[in-house]
Design a protein around this ligand. Structure first.
Ligand code: FES
Length: 117
């Protein structure tokens, strides 16, 4: 069963909903996590000390970008080896086809994601 716990944060004039993605502890234990939240397939990881989340769905044919562990700051899609930067989800093999990067908030050691931002 998917955990749909969420928090609302006031940003400028809007109230933004962030959904619970994982705990810091879970990310530290696994190193990298892929998880479906609502209709979004998310790849959560740490890059140079920053926690980041990008789409886990490859821009080529939808393969799982985070199937393999990130290596030297780069994810390599399982299906046909397109490569994406862990820094910002940009595509290294086919520039101009980046993965979507999501906004995160860390509250009480839990990682929340804005799916609509
Ligand atoms: S689906 Fe990812 S490289 Fe083809």
């Amino acid at each position: 069963m998917q955990n749909s716990r969420s928090i609302k944060i006031q940003e400028q004039d809007k109230e933004i909903e962030y959904k619970l993605l994982a705990s810091i502890e879970e990310l530290e234990q696994k190193g990298q996590i892929t998880k479906w939240i609502d209709d979004h397939d998310i790849l959560l990881y740490e890059y140079e000390g920053k926690i980041k989340a990008i789409s886990n769905i490859c821009r080529h044919f939808g393969g799982p970008v985070g199937y393999h562990k990130m290596k030297n700051g780069t994810f390599t899609c399982l299906w046909h080896n397109w490569q994406f930067s862990g820094k910002d989800g940009s595509c290294l093999t086919h520039p101009g086809l980046p993965l979507r990067e999501y906004e995160l908030k860390i509250v009480d050691n839990e990682i929340y994601i804005n799916l609509l931002g």
